[in-house]
Design a protein around this ligand. Sequence first.
Ligand SMILES: CC(C)(COP(=O)(O)OP(=O)(O)OC[C@H]1O[C@@H](n2cnc3c(N)ncnc32)[C@H](O)[C@@H]1OP(=O)(O)O)[C@@H](O)C(=O)NCCC(=O)NCCS
Length: 210
Amino acid sequence: MSLSAPPPASQSSADPRTFVRTALDLGDVLLHPWGRGTAEPRALVDGLIAAASDPLIALWNPLATADRGEALAWLESRDEGWDRGVSASFAALTATEGALLGSVTLRWVDRADGLAMIGYWTLPNARGRGVATRATSAVTSWAFRTADARRIEIAHAVGNEASCRVAHRCGYLAEGTLRDSHRFGDGAYHDEHLHARLATDPEPTDAAGE
Ligand SMILES: CC(C)(COP(=O)(O)OP(=O)(O)OC[C@H]1O[C@@H](n2cnc3c(N)ncnc32)[C@H](O)[C@@H]1OP(=O)(O)O)[C@@H](O)C(=O)NCCC(=O)NCCS
């Protein structure tokens, strides 16, 4: 693959709750930091544009990457998140070809308190193979291990059963239902299930591929 390696990880900030650019190697899948460097190869930007038009992503995780200009602005925003240590956004790529499979993004909700939130999507042709589960699990462990995250949350629309399965498989316990808590891509407010995992929780035993 022709992506350049991310800059070497270095914890330069005094704040341990800083996400530091790194790549996570899952064997057949590579999690690579999104950013300006991922504007090439062109196929990755095309993948972002395709993701924005997928009906499920447009409904449950709308992306402002409808064309090349928007996709480049989105990549710019990913770099800003990494630069400031406030969000960690990874492209999930095939290890062999560097083809885009999906994305996982973690961001601080309350950095001082160690509270973060994680979200994910996969392209239609990558679904049902455990990619979201494995990528989310890996980013979760990385955040607990390297960024002193204390609690990470997942919120998904009650109707989004696939996302609920990913949360369960990654060890995020269901904590309840939030009523009319988020406006989704259909313009309507939906109830959401709140899931969370604590740094002190045991590793899940059934995460796909683990
Ligand atoms: C949710 C999403 C990320 C799952 O991606 P994925 O790579 O297919 O997920 P995985 O293969 O790791 O596992 C998915 C789990 O959901 C289940 N699943 C998949 N599609 C499903 C569906 N339509 N209904 C119910 N369960 C489903 C799978 O069986 C699997 O559960 P299991 O391991 O217990 O068998 C993907 O469907 C997607 O991108 N959806 C649109 C965006 C989105 O919803 N993002 C999350 C917002 S909170």
